[in-house]
Design a protein around this ligand. Structure first.
Ligand SMILES: Cc1cc2nc3c(=O)[nH]c(=O)nc-3n(C[C@H](O)[C@H](O)[C@H](O)COP(=O)(O)O)c2cc1C
Length: 199
C-alpha cells in the first residue's frame, strides 16, 4: 500500500536497536541506496555526494576500526560504554558511509569564482539531502537506521581499508538493519516558534 510522504517522514526515526536481518535481498538494498542518492538534488547538479556501502563483515570491520581509534582516545573506564554502543552499531546489517567529493567542489569554485564561497556550503547541504533520502528510502521498506559522526577520527583507516579516493571527504555514517526495538519518544517545539506564515 502506498503511503503519503508525511506518513513516511513520520515513520523515519533514529533506531539504535538494530539487527542483521533485512526484508530485502542485499542487492535490492544496495539498489535502493544508490537510487536514493542518485536522485538527490545537488547545487548546479554537481552530484558531489559519494557513498561506501558496507554489508555484513565489511560493516563490522568499520565498527571494529572505529573502536580501535576510540580506544586510543577514550579513558579505559569510559571505554566500556563506548564499546557497548559500538557493539550495537556492529549488530546492524550494514552501514552507508557518506562522502562529498572535494574535487567536484574545487572544480566548481574554479569554474564559477563568484560563487566560490558557497560551493562548500552547498556540498554540505547536498550530503544532508542525500542522507535524508537514504534514511527515508530505508524507512519505507521497514529498515531501521541511525546516523553517526566518527569522522574525521576514522577517515584515514576508511580511505586505506576500502581504497577510497583522497578527494572523498567523509561526512557521516548511517547504520541500518532490522528494527529490534522501537524509537524513543520524540518531542516537538511549538509550531509558533518554528514557523512564520505571511499571506
Ligand atoms: C545532522 C544530524 C546529525 C546527527 N548526528 C547524530 C550522531 O552523531 N549520533 C546519533 O546518535 N544521532 C545523530 N543524529 C540523529 C538525531 O539525534 C535524531 O535525528 C534526532 O534526535 C531526532 O530523532 P529522530 O531521528 O528519531 O526523528 C543526527 C541527526 C542529524 C540530522
Amino acid at each position: 500500500m502506498s503511503q503519503s510522504f508525511n506518513a513516511l517522514a513520520e515513520k523515519r526515526r533514529t533506531i539504535y536497536a538494530l539487527g542483521p536481518t533485512l526484508p530485502l535481498a542485499e542487492d535490492e538494498v544496495i539498489a535502493l541506496i544508490r537510487t536514493a542518492i542518485r536522485n538527490a538534488p545537488s547545487a548546479f547538479n554537481s552530484q558531489s555526494s559519494r557513498a561506501l556501502i558496507l554489508l555484513g563483515e565489511e560493516h563490522k570491520k568499520f565498527w571494529a576500526l572505529t573502536g580501535d581509534q576510540l580506544k586510543k582516545r577514550v579513558a579505559a573506564d569510559a571505554f566500556v560504554n563506548t564499546e557497548k554502543k559500538l557493539a550495537g552499531f556492529a549488530a546492524a546489517a550494514g552501514s552507508v558511509l557518506f562522502f562529498e567529493d572535494q574535487q567536484v567542489v574545487s572544480g566548481l569554485q574554479q569554474q564559477f569564482p563568484s560563487y566560490a564561497d558557497n560551493f562548500p556550503i552547498w556540498s554540505e547541504h547536498s550530503t544532508g539531502i542525500a542522507q535524508y533520502a537514504v534514511w527515508l528510502a530505508l524507512a519505507e521498506k521497514g529498515i531501521g537506521a541511525n546516523l553517526q559522526h566518527y569522522n574525521p577520527l576514522v577517515d584515514e583507516d576508511v580511505q586505506q581499508t576500502w581504497n577510497i579516493p583522497a578527494s572523498w571527504k567523509l561526512r557521516a555514517q548511517m547504520n541500518f538493519g532490522s528494527i529490534e526495538a522501537p524509537a524513543g519518544e520524540k518531542t516537538y517545539i511549538p509550531d509558533s516558534e518554528r514557523f512564520i506564515v505571511a499571506r
